[in-house]
Design a protein around this ligand. Sequence first.
Ligand code: MLT
Length: 260
Amino acid sequence: MNNIQFKNTSIAYTDTGKGTAIVLLHGFLENQKMWDNYVAPFTKKNRVITIDLLGHGDTECLGYVHTMEDNADAVHAVLAELRIRKAILVGHSMGGYVALAFAELYPENIKGLVLLNSTAKADSDERKTNRDRAIKAVKQSYIGFVSLAVANLFSENNRERLVEEIENTKKEALKTPLQAIVASLEGMKIRADREVLLHLTPYQKMLVLGKKDPILDYEETKAQITNTEVEFVTFPDGHMSYIENQEELTKILLQFFKKI
Ligand code: MLT
């Protein structure tokens, strides 16, 4: 694990392999460990960078609101340090929101984009209200909030089959400090709508969704790629395709990287 200083904040990352760079960005309450099973297959042909986003894993908090743009700037600082000019970005959920902010801020540095269980849409009013509820809930009961939030990421039919994986995800999530949870919820709440990027950007893009995602409405999220060139992949399960559909997802991502 390496780190750089960005705005007086330590940002943790890993850098393995050679070739076109792939940057893997985790979601809310996760950290770069989520990619543990992906780094080995991906580094056969590519250079793989994993980054702990603000307040997650071994990266420190930057403030009380972590905007998607702050996170994108931190990602950009890591790539600048590594002298990587162009990269393929893969973002899981909140990591996808960060990848989109990066795509908007640094269009010359992006070569491909994968939104994994993520969306280019901004929060609806209902989701914004839910963010405020979540902020209250986590302040009242940190452990209760994290446990429930993690269980809710998996499709219901997988909650028995994947007991161990859910426990593991919870254990990692509980490393995220309260300040980071609140700052991320605030940042996600105010994020911009970036659907236009799905239409107007020249590089290859892919959207991966789980049909039973308890967090993202499948039909509504899928609708945003109508009349775009974005490749689309559906899995039958929840928000955690990287666990629930690991083998298939690995294959699909490798195929996507090969094309670029
Ligand atoms: C995530 O998994 O990163 C978040 O739950 C996404 C969100 O809340 O919008």
